[in-house]
Design a binder for this molecule. Structure first.
Ligand SMILES: [Zn+2]
Length: 262
């Protein structure tokens, strides 16, 4: 697996003629409770990209991971200090222009792996995919959190439920057990362990408003910024989630594009 920003142009030249695909992780800068850093969604997308790449390479693809887009649309949490939000058009344009540049160099399979759930953000990524496809610059897939709920389920929910420790897995969400587990596994140095120990469960919130993004995170969570029970998280759960979601994402890509030579 290659990381594009760490490659030389001559390395790109060498691999581009083969069965290569590019994964573009997309995250955001957004609050995730007082215990997690603002970059959780970017860091998680990178973890899933590397996990998926192992499976794709085992099937014969060469995988190049492009530098993460660390900015996105984050309107629901915009009142929390540090949360940054782009206009959807800005995000869409970034993805389209990155896709065009990749295609110019013969890198014509692009996987947009999104780690941030926000409807406007996901729609912008979908629109970028359609624009690139209508320009016939190559094949593009949106995986991870996607506007198609079946895609999100196939990538993130399939096979993970048994690893949850939370008594209310149906109430786990933003900043809760899943994201905290991935953080404890992948970037524990950025988790505020002393704060994590003090967090009460947040199960009693307006689930519809959370899912449909009709109210802001601050008011739905009583200012806490997390949904579910972060204290239920463990690094071991995070390890399983990264492994399984990476495999899920690889399977989605292989189902769409097949294995090289097939
Ligand atoms: Zn998140």
């Amino acid at each position: 697996m290659f990381h594009l920003a760490k490659m030389t142009f001559s390395e790109v030249e060498r691999v581009r003629s083969g069965d290569v695909l590019v994964i573009l992780p997309v995250g955001v800068v957004e609050e995730h409770g007082a215990h997690l850093p603002l970059g959780v969604d970017s860091f998680a997308a990178e973890a899933y990209a590397e996990s998926a790449a192992l499976h794709l390479e085992a099937k014969g693809y060469t995988v190049i991971i492009a530098p993460t887009i660390n900015y996105g649309v984050a309107r629901a949490a915009i009142d929390f200090p540090g949360t940054l939000s782009l206009e959807p058009e800005t995000l869409r344009a970034m993805v389209v222009e990155i896709g065009r540049s990749l295609a110019r160099h013969g890198l014509k399979r692009l996987v947009i792996l999104n780690g941030h759930r926000d409807m406007h953000h996901m729609t912008a990524l979908d629109e970028a995919r359609s624009m690139l496809e209508s320009e016939k610059v190559g094949q593009v897939l949106c995986v991870g959190f996607a506007s198609d709920p079946e895609m999100t389920a196939a990538c993130y929910r399939e096979g993970v439920r048994r690893f949850y420790n939370s008594p209310r897995p149906d109430r786990e969400g933003h900043g809760g057990e899943s994201e905290t587990s991935v953080a404890l596994y992948r970037f524990p140095e950025l988790v505020k362990q002393d704060i994590l120990k003090t967090l009460e469960p947040n199960f009693d919130y307006d689930v519809d408003a959370f899912r449909n993004e009709t109210k802001d995170y601050g008011s739905i969570s009583g200012g806490r910024g997390y949904f579910g029970w972060p204290q239920a998280a463990t690094a071991e759960t995070g390890k399983q989630l990264v492994a399984i979601r990476g495999r899920n994402i690889a399977n989605v890509i292989l189902n769409a594009w097949g294995t090289p030579g097939s």
